[in-house]
Design a protein around this ligand. Structure first.
Ligand SMILES: [Zn+2]
Length: 310
């Protein structure tokens, strides 16, 4: 059978997995992304782990078709570089693909993590039957992978889908990017914790805020309904732009479940511009745990149209 290594580089941890052509994660390891060492040292550590895992798997070296990498943006996939991600502050213009290529004689491909997530949902998840869909991930930040007319839309440098910095409500406050009222500033897990803590007058986590919501707290319940409306606004803009059949929502915040999907669906039913758009399905991602890995491996195994070739 054919296999690929999938690597999901994140701000706090890096997941590495061996994935089969059927989309099964055969083995995986999670390393902390150590921000106290140089990016080059961290990449060495990842490469060593990959080599060890390939060896320990007992699989023949020729059964590996390549290594796929999902990384946080902004990046420049045309040069195989991580450019300047806010959650990896030292990783400025790091030629990740070249560094892997020096150690592995096989194809190496890299895309931003939300694009890889979209590919995973297309390959083995909630959007297998769709030729037009958006994968929206709402966790620490907000990002999207765009699958349009049967192919991934990656943009010139792999940064298409950075919807977290689409403006939703300028009155809300200033985002890290300098603009006011970005989607991510308002509706990401970080945004929900910040505003919810402010409303409650104490430091609370996103999880604690959602617990208060479930307990029907009189301040938090309407606040979260407003958040669902904001997510609905984001979705309506995406529907009006791309005319997808479906929006697949993943990431930590989506784990809150049914109430979010109902809230967003209601907004979309009312406000998407065209009547067909109002029927766009809003569904949960089906590969949440391991989506990053599977998507990264899919860059190699599913021969997607639209992905930068190495
Ligand atoms: Zn922003």
């Amino acid at each position: 059978m054919e296999y690929a290594v999938g690597i999901d580089i994140g701000g706090t941890k890096t997941a590495i997995g061996i994935v089969s052509v059927e989309g099964q994660v055969v083995t995986k390891q999670v390393l902390p992304t150590d921000l106290t060492i140089s990016p080059a040292m961290m990449i060495d550590r990842i490469c060593d782990t990959v080599q060890q895992m390939m060896k320990d798997s007992g699989l023949a070296p020729e059964s590996f078709s390549g290594i796929g990498i999902g990384a946080p943006g902004p990046l420049d996939t045309s040069k195989g570089m991580i450019a300047c991600p806010p959650n990896l502050p030292e990783w400025v213009d790091i030629p990740v693909v070249e560094m892997f290529q020096a150690k592995f004689d096989m194809p190496i491909r890299m895309e931003n993590d939300a694009t890889a997530g979209a590919l995973a949902e297309k390959w083995k998840g909630a959007a297998q039957a769709n030729e037009n869909f958006i994968y929206l991930t709402i966790s620490t930040g907000i990002g999207a992978g765009i699958y349009v007319d049967g192919k991934l839309a990656t943009g010139a440098r792999g940064n298409a889908g950075d919807v977290g910095h689409m403006i939703i409500d300028p009155s809300y406050g200033t985002c890290v990017c300098g603009q006011k009222g970005c989607f991510e500033y308002i509706a990401s897990g970080t945004g929900i914790a910040r505003k919810g803590s402010e409303l409650m007058g104490e430091d609370l986590t996103t999880k604690q805020i959602f617990q208060l919501y479930e307990d029907k707290h009189p301040v938090i319940e309407p606040f979260i309904h407003d958040i669902y409306t904001y997510i609905g606004m984001g979705c309506v803009s995406l529907i009006n732009l791309f005319d997808p059949e479906k929006i697949v929502i993943g990431g930590g915040v989506s784990q809150v479940g049914e109430s979010l999907f109902q809230g967003v669906q209601q907004y979309v039913q009312q406000f998407a511009l065209n009547t067909a758009g109002r029927k766009t399905e809003i569904v949960p991602a089906s590969l949440n745990q391991d989506a990053g890995l599977i998507g990264a491996a899919a860059l190699i195994l599913s021969t997607p149209r639209g992905v930068t070739k190495s």
